[in-house]
Ligand binder design. Structure first.
Ligand code: HEC
Ligand code: HEC
Length: 300
């Protein structure tokens, strides 16, 4: 092999590797999505959307899901802006079909094929997915068409590499929500779908979205994020270890996530969302589940 042929091969291989590493768009899946919307509970859809989507898409200024910049994301990744997901035809999600919405929520593949890994919910139950979509289609003021443009996501080169290493999560039919009497399974479902594990494990890059317990340092904290002042914060350890929440009571936990105070009465600040809409059964299940997982020694 001559040097020039070899060099050409190396360059081709490298650019292929780079292109593969940077794959950021995917074809739409052939999803057959026809839930019985007559059975949808729009009020429940609003509660779920507020807790699961509002965290990123709700703008305090408009009181709507008009989108905002995710300032907790480290700047090296670029500027990441959660879209306007009101019903506007051009600026919002007015053109999305139900199947396209279901696809982006479970797999992260948007209508135009771009991958949005921040919001992948592969284990979201069919009923919850249906209720969320019914709410997004409802006449609630929170989703009424608004032409506000929150700005456009611009990934840096590092950000492109990071997104390129993410994969769409699988689409599945027939996901049942565990019953509240199966406390641990119910708690796990909530820790999964409210994305507690995503922020509270070791790193966003090492979470397993399909089998959350396989995430590196599952619930042991230490994930680096930014607060409103742009300062680095590490997420706390929520496992049943002395360095975690072993000595917390269920009441301490409830107060922390609904009102924003730690057991030691410190204010819990952004980017930790508050969840005043969680009910006592849900909180109790989440707490029981967290007390049941392997303890990790880590004082972030
Ligand atoms: C962790 C933050 C986060 C959460 C939680 C989140 N999203 Fe998103 N979402 C984003 C970001 C960021 C984008 C835009 C990414 C981009 O511009 O490439 C986005 C884009 C979208 C889009 C695509 C809009 C378009 O222009 O094609 C839809 C639809 C959407 N989100 C719906 C939802 C719904 C419904 C939920 C709740 C079930 C949700 N999102 C939860 C961050 C989030
Ligand atoms: C967007 C990332 C993010 C999400 C999602 C998130 N948290 Fe947090 N959480 C944080 C950060 C960051 C802190 C620390 C905030 C501070 O120190 O002011 C925190 C603090 C806490 C604390 C206080 C612990 C202590 O020892 O001080 C508890 C409890 C907690 N989160 C539980 C949860 C639960 C339960 C969920 C899911 C329902 C959740 N968090 C979702 C980022 C997140």
């Amino acid at each position: 092999m001559t040097n020039s042929i070899r060099n050409t091969l190396i360059v081709t291989a490298l650019s292929l590797a780079f292109a593969t590493a940077c794959k950021m768009t995917y074809d739409a899946l052939a999803i057959d999505y026809n839930p019985d919307f007559a059975r949808a509970d729009v009020a429940e859809g609003k509660r779920l959307t507020t807790m699961m989507c509002g965290v990123c898409h709700f703008d305090q200024k408009t009181g709507q899901l008009t989108g905002v910049q995710m300032v907790d994301v480290p700047k090296v990744l670029g500027t990441i802006i959660a879209s306007n997901i009101t019903q506007h035809e051009e600026k919002g999600i007015g053109k999305y079909t139900d199947a396209e919405l279901a696809q982006v929520i479970r797999t992260g593949i948007a209508r135009d094929g771009r991958l949005i890994p921040f919001m992948q919910k592969p284990n979201l139950a069919d009923d919850d997915l249906r209720d969320i979509i019914a709410f997004l289609r409802s006449d609630d003021p929170m989703v009424k068409a608004s032409d506000i443009e929150p700005g456009e996501t611009k990934y840096s080169r590092v950000g492109k590499m990071a997104i390129g290493s993410e994969k769409p999560t699988p689409w599945k039919h027939g996901i049942q929500k565990p019953g509240s009497s199966d406390k641990l399974a119910y708690g796990k479902y909530l820790i999964d779908n409210l994305a507690c594990y995503d922020c509270h494990s070791k790193s966003f890059a090492k979470v397993d979205k399909v089998d959350i317990e396989k995430s590196k340092g599952f619930m042991g904290g230490g994930n680096k994020m930014l607060n409103k002042l742009g300062e680095k914060v590490l997420t706390p350890n929520l496992t049943p270890h002395e360095t975690g929440i072993k000595d917390w009571t269920e009441a301490d936990f409830a107060r922390a996530i609904t009102q924003g105070f730690t057991k030691g009465n410190k204010v819990i600040a952004y980017p930790m969302p508050l969840y005043p809409d969680l009910n006592p059964t849900e909180i109790s299940a989440m707490f029981a589940y967290l007390q049941s997982i392997p303890a990790i020694k880590n004082q972030p």
